[in-house]
Design a protein around this ligand. Structure first.
Ligand code: UDP
Length: 414
């Protein structure tokens, strides 16, 4: 990448501009109205990653007004987070229907957003990541000619159907967004290589690192988790999470069966699996016979408890994106049960290994680690390649000092 492009992209991190109560074009906030920012989110990882940014926006006082548009894509997982993080729901879209297809979800989201954006008329939309909620936010923003800032921009697995539908969602959101908040230099490079104008790309880190730091500093384990960890003292804990749509069916059942057999052969290992509410995941647990005294199937944990559980793990096995971003901060070894990863930085950090879409490979890797756990013992908390905990500040600095949404909106509209 040419050095001037890198310099531009790195601008927000290399030389963060403090907010001094004046707009970039010299407009004083006394004369200018606050920028109305609407955040569209509705899944567990979106709430976790959006929280630090919304707090930071709130902390900037009169420069912004905030409007949270909650899509409620995951109600069971989202509501405890909204309560814990004290995130207000200004508009709740209530689009969840049992067994609905992606198209039905997307069309419900678009219809609901159409009405809300008409009424709320924000200057800027914030979307995060690659969910159907984020795609709907990007598309509705485009239809309403509202500039969209995309947090966690520039991730690519390189495979249209893995993860599904997230890989295509994130590519489409790149086309729809005006501003792109990239977590890593390689994400910046991807966006520039795809022709995104460099002045629209900001290297900010991923606010999940901020969220993890905020939560670990302020929330001890609950009594229930404390009791579970005490009960399992002396055991090697494998923490499992799995919910990816492209794994459901034979592959997920295969991974679960491998873990069941591994646990049966190792009396010093216990599996703790906070089971995702998706019925497809629960079905595969039953079909794989994932049960027994050393297999703890539990409800999804509150975010702080889940982080404390990860901290106690001997090994983490997961298909989650967010967990790949968290484990480097926690110094925990992770086996990624996916065909590929859009987060190669986790592998490069030495904290994660890619299993591939192959239960047989998982079985082989587990056997190797049981025989020789040098890698596991060697994984230490490291400089997290996804951020340093200042991502929310970098994002909001970009919003305040570099981006002028009010002007942008009028120029898009004209
Ligand atoms: N997580 C949680 N409780 C749990 C399992 C996961 O709070 O019981 C958190 C986890 O720490 C991570 C996020 O949820 O921050 C990951 O969510 P998910 O796996 O649903 O989505 P993905 O990361 O794959 O987009």
């Amino acid at each position: 990448m040419p050095p001037d492009l890198i310099a531009q992209a790195f601008r927000s991190q290399a030389a963060p501009v403090e907010f001094h109560g004046r707009w970039p074009a010299g407009r004083s906030i006394v004369n200018a109205r606050p920028t109305k920012v609407a955040a569209v989110f509705g899944t567990r990882p979106e709430a976790i990653k959006m929280m630090p940014v919304l707090r930071e926006i709130d902390a900037r006082g009169p420069a912004f007004t905030l409007c949270n548009i909650i899509t409620s894509q995951h109600t069971d997982l989202l509501d405890p987070l909204l309560r814990r993080f004290q995130l207000q729901s200004h508009h709740c879209l209530n689009v969840l229907r049992p067994g609905q297809t992606l198209d039905q979800l997307l069309s419900r989201l678009l219809a609901a957003l159409d009405a809300v954006l008409e009424e709320a008329s924000p200057d800027l939309l914030l979307v995060q990541g690659d969910t159907t909620s984020a795609l709907a936010g990007g598309l509705a923003g485009h239809h309403h000619k509202i500039p969209v800032a995309h947090i966690e921009a520039g991730l690519r697995s390189g495979s249209r159907f893995s993860p599904f539908p997230e890989e295509m969602n994130r590519r489409l959101i790149t086309q729809l967004a005006t501003y792109h908040m990239a977590a890593t230099p390689s994400n910046v490079q991807t966006l520039l290589a795809e022709g995104v104008p460099p002045e629209r790309v900001f290297l900010t880190g991923n606010p999940i690192v901020d969220a993890l730091q905020i939560v670990l500093a302020s929330s001890p384990p609950s009594d229930q988790l404390h009791a579970l960890l005490q009960e399992l003292e002396g055991q090697r804990i494998i923490v499992l999470t799995s919910h990816r749509r492209e794994n459901s069916g034979d592959t997920m059942r295969g991974y679960f069966a491998v873990l069941r057999d591994f646990i049966a052969r190792h009396s010093n290992v216990t599996l703790v699996f906070p089971v995702h509410p998706n019925p497809a995941v629960r079905r595969e647990c039953v079909r794989a016979g994932l049960a027994g005294p050393s297999i703890r199937l539990i409800d999804p944990l509150d975010y702080p408890d889940f982080l404390h559980l990860l901290r106690s793990a001997w090994l983490v096995v997961s298909d989650s994106g967010g967990i790949q971003e968290e484990t480097p901060s926690l110094g925990k070894p992770l086996l990624v049960i996916r065909e590929n990863t859009e987060r190669p930085e986790a592998i490069d950090s030495g904290c994660a290994r890619l299993v591939g879409k192959s239960p047989e490979t998982l079985a082989m890797m587990l056997d190797e680690l049981a025989a020789d756990d040098t890698w596991i013992r060697g994984v230490q908390a490291t400089v997290n390649p996804f951020g340093n905990g200042n991502s929310a500040k970098a994002i909001v600095d970009a919003l305040t000092n570099v981006i002028d949404p009010i002007e942008t909106r009028s120029s898009i509209a004209s």
